[in-house]
Write a protein that binds this ligand. Structure first.
Ligand SMILES: *Cc1c(COP(=O)(O)O)cnc(C)c1O
Length: 433
């Protein structure tokens, strides 16, 4: 399998290079040269396959011959060592819980897969030089990346987060690991963090002596394994005899997760429709309505992992549908909800169905309900992308206090260790140290 740049001005590469580089030299996103389809037999017998067997068959064509069978099997088994249950909400609606991993956000799978692939490729190349993973986070990415790359040999991780703007749990997940993970607490906003990271990637004083790579969802190793969630859900629904008309509603920010779901569909998985549910950052619903792609300044919301106005993976979504909005609209809709509607949904799900959703899942629930209005016979799944405990300041006022899950209890006694910085020069000094 080769990957080409969506800007079409860079040479094709294999999976290992795409993972190490992250982004193509022409600044385009890497994209697989084709979406492989899986044999009919795979779809017919999926109920009998384990998570690991499904994962191996799905990921193998993308990885190609850059990794031997044993290594890929070990990696997927290690990455997927927790559950992905569907919790029934009504007869026609289920919540696909993607938060049972170590940091309780769906980003664990992508981050862990990428970390293990990168670690493997660096070892194989016998690389002496350390690689620095540099990433800005508004909360969830940083925790999943920190945990995913924790103690991976040859890799150092530097995470920038906006001081006072991530939840207590998220901050602890970023700042308590130590070892090869450094947290930089930035006196500024998430946008400031992101701007500093971008500047570092372009700064030849740094890049001439340090190998930097990013760990956001533009990296193919973080993006593609997310297809697996949809296959696990399909397997479960097929077992229950509910696989004939599936609708997935995906709370979306950078659109990496939903794009991976659409990849699973193009690999042969029957899906009736995808709904991209967003908060008050409405670029994509507006684009679907008018054809005009015009990002406006980012609006802060209570579902802040989706506070993105120019989603980086949307070019990939379009590419899957021949860059045609018309064609895309046959399989994909996008709806937006403000914070008040999101709070209302959290309350509604709690009172009517005795389920506590996080703000992102609640946005997904709203989008699903909207689509099901006209398709009452469909089986709807909304993705619960994070445990509500991670967004406690938004959840608690609506549904009251939550019990601490095991993964979080341990964190509460750990010691915060972050380096406060306020400008680019301080980041640069740190990286050159
Ligand atoms: C990152 C994130 C999202 C958005 O996912 P994308 O792949 O960027 O669309 C949604 N919910 C939570 C909790 C997240 O952390």
């Amino acid at each position: 399998m080769h990957y080409y740049s969506l800007n079409n001005k860079a040479p094709q590469v294999t999976f290992d290079t795409a993972v190490i580089k992250g982004i193509a030299p022409d600044k385009g996103l890497y994209f697989p040269e084709r979406i492989p389809t899986l044999p009919t037999q795979f779809w017919e017998t999926i109920e009998e396959l384990s998570k690991e067997e499904i994962a191996y068959q799905v990921m193998q064509p993308y990885v190609g011959d850059t990794m031997d069978e044993t290594t890929l099997k070990e990696i997927v088994a290690d990455v997927l060592s927790f559950d992905f249950p569907i919790v029934p909400i009504t007869n026609h609606i289920g919540a696909l819980e993607l938060f049972h991993g170590p940091t309780m956000a769906f980003k664990d799978v992508g981050a862990r897969f990428m970390a293990r692939c990168l670690g493997h490729f660096l070892k194989k190349q016998n690389q002496q030089e350390e690689v620095t993973v540099l990433v800005a986070t508004s909360g969830d990415t940083g925790g999943a990346v920190a945990r995913g790359f924790y103690k991976v040999p040859g890799i150092k991780v530097v995470i920038l987060y906006p001081s006072g703007k991530v939840s207590d749990v998220q901050e602890r997940q970023l700042t308590t690991l130590g070892e090869n993970i450094t947290a930089l607490e930035v006196d500024g906003t998430f946008d400031d963090c992101q701007a500093m990271v971008k500047r570092a990637f372009l700064d030849t004083d740094i890049t001439s002596i340090k190998q930097l790579t990013s760990a956001n969802s533009i990296n193919v190793a973080r993006w593609l394994p997310q297809s697996l969630y949809y296959l696990f859900a399909y397997k479960e629904l097929k077992k229950q005899g509910k696989a004939d008309k599936i609708v997935f509603s995906v709370p979306s920010g950078n659109f990496g997760n939903i794009c991976a779901g659409m990849v699973a569909h193009l690999m042969g998985m029957p899906v009736h429709h995808f709904v991209a549910s967003v908060n008050s950052n409405t670029t994509i619903p507006r684009f679907m309505k008018t054809g005009d792609y015009s990002p406006t300044p980012t609006v802060p919301t209570i579902s802040n992992a989706m506070d993105v106005s120019d989603p980086s993976n949307f070019v990939r979504v379009l590419q899957l549908f021949e860059n045609s909005r018309q064609l895309l609209s046959t399989k994909f809709s996008s709806y937006s909800y403000c914070d008040n509607a999101t709070r209302g949904a959290m309350l509604d799900i709690y009172k009517e169905h005795n389920y506590t959703a996080d703000p992102h899942g609640a946005v997904g629930y709203l989008g699903l309900k909207e689509y099901l209005k006209d398709h009452p016979d469909a089986h709807g799944i909304f993705l619960e992308t994070a445990h509500p405990i991670k967004f406690l300041p938004a959840v608690e006022p609506v549904v009251g206090p939550l019990a601490l899950p095991e993964q979080i209890k341990e964190l509460m006694n750990a010691q915060k260790d972050a380096l406060a910085i306020s400008d680019y020069q301080e980041l640069k000094n740190h990286l050159l140290k």
